[in-house]
Design a protein around this ligand. Structure first.
Ligand SMILES: [Zn+2]
Length: 232
């Protein structure tokens, strides 16, 4: 009798606090976390680990030498990806980053990337922002990738200044703005390593470039980029 009451109570609670998919707001099947199977199937994958998507690579071509520019998803405004990234950054859904990292890690394994990198370095948040959010969303993604690809995550870069919002600046101003924002934290550990630098989104590429420059200044062996989503 007690357990039946509990079930009814659970249903009652679920009615008002449903365990919903962050993609479509539909209810999640038992045992499924955050993203329902339909939304998972509908994720707009770039698949650029196996076939080049020129406009993504183009964001960084001609800047600094790099090997791979890997983006898991195409960013779409008002689509599943925007909902997912919003939840990851602003709704305390750190687990979503880990989940996406695991899923992408499996794709990369299939693509033959298991021995391509020595370590994963997340783009850092400023310490004050990370304290406020409670975690770094890029590190969450890195942790999911790390589990599957079996390579360590190294917080090799720190963010020195909390840069102001950049949406109203020109591309050149943005690049100048981020070029003095980051510094290497553990040069000896990074030296001669093949690094996969990861972030949540690539838009102009200015942040990844600034971090990439810092990594190359300390003498890493090879640089690649990995992001959850790339804008068009
Ligand atoms: Zn869904």
């Amino acid at each position: 009798m007690q357990s039946k009451l509990n079930l009814i109570l659970n249903d009652f609670v679920a009615l008002f606090f449903p365990n919903t998919c962050i993609g479509c707001r539909g209810s999640l099947p038992n045992g499924v976390q955050h993203i329902c199977p339909t939304c998972q199937y509908d994720l707009p994958k770039t698949n650029n680990y196996k076939e080049d998507v020129p406009h993504i690579r183009q964001k960084l071509v001609g800047s600094i030498p790099f090997n791979h520019m890997l983006a898991y998803l195409h960013f779409q405004k008002k689509g599943i990806v925007q909902h997912v990234l919003h939840a990851l950054k602003y709704n305390h859904k750190e687990d979503v980053g880990v989940l996406l990292g695991r899923w992408y890690g499996h794709d990369l394994l299939l693509g033959g990337f298991q021995n391509e990198f020595d370590m994963i370095v997340p783009v850092p948040l400023h310490v004050s922002k990370q304290r406020k959010r409670g975690y770094n969303q890029s590190e969450a993604f890195a942790n999911g990738l790390s589990e599957v690809l079996k390579m360590e995550v190294c917080n090799g870069i720190t963010r020195v200044t909390a840069s102001e919002t950049q949406t109203r600046k020109s591309r050149v101003e943005r690049q100048e703005n981020v070029s003095t924002v980051f510094k290497a934290e553990n040069s000896l550990l990074l030296k001669d390593k093949r690094v996969l630098l990861v972030d949540d989104v690539i838009t102009t590429g200015a942040t990844l470039l600034a971090c990439g420059n810092v990594l190359q200044e300390v003498g890493i062996k090879a640089l690649s980029f990995g992001v959850i989503a790339a804008t068009n």
